[in-house]
Design a protein around this ligand. Sequence first.
Ligand SMILES: Cc1cc2nc3c(=O)[nH]c(=O)nc-3n(C[C@H](O)[C@H](O)[C@H](O)COP(=O)(O)O)c2cc1C
Length: 214
Amino acid sequence: MKKPYLIIFIFIVILLMIGFFIGNNALNTNNNTKEVKQVENPKTLIVYYSRSGNTKAIAELIQDKVGGDLIQIKTAEARSANYHEEVNQNEQEQDNDILPELKTEISNFESYDRVFIGAPTWNMALPQAAVAFLESYNFSGKTVIPFNTNGGYGEGSTFSQIEAGAKDAKVLEGFSVKGGEETNGILLAIKGNRKVEVSKEIDRWLKKINQQSQ
Ligand SMILES: Cc1cc2nc3c(=O)[nH]c(=O)nc-3n(C[C@H](O)[C@H](O)[C@H](O)COP(=O)(O)O)c2cc1C
């Protein structure tokens, strides 16, 4: 190779090496340090806990929009249908870190890439059945997306509990909406026109977090 060509060749090689180094660094900083599989058609699970149907309604709307399997978290022992009894039992369980045994078992959990997890706000936190669910599975490498319904006081600590419980998962921005107000005799609120409105809110949220496709 003649000298001028050799110099140009070495110059191009150096440029390529600098380009590779910068590109690699940019990728690493975007990675959020968690190793999460980037899948084109993620196998999706929508799992939820619901007493009076509001969180269930959101779970079904999400399934209509993104597809996937829908599973309700159920406790081994039936819960009280009486609101005040449930309020007391829940507080007892939360205060004493008691986890109710679950009837629900998901044998193929490791096959899911993307897991939507929904629960109502109970005493400004997660119902302990949802905590029991988080403690039962390995979330490493999955994308986790929380959703919530509440009586008007917001998601409380439910999203941060999901984030802490789904260890080594990539947790995306959650969706929270007002559901029932059992204290005022309103059990299922997400129905009829309200359901249509909420469905549009879910569309906007899914678009924002880039999860709208089937
Ligand atoms: C035991 C219990 C505790 C609750 N605590 C709260 C609360 O702290 N803050 C709130 O905004 N709503 C609270 N709610 C209301 C529920 O979050 C709300 O009705 C929710 O939409 C119920 O969801 P579901 O229909 O899926 O069961 C509570 C309801 C129950 C049964």
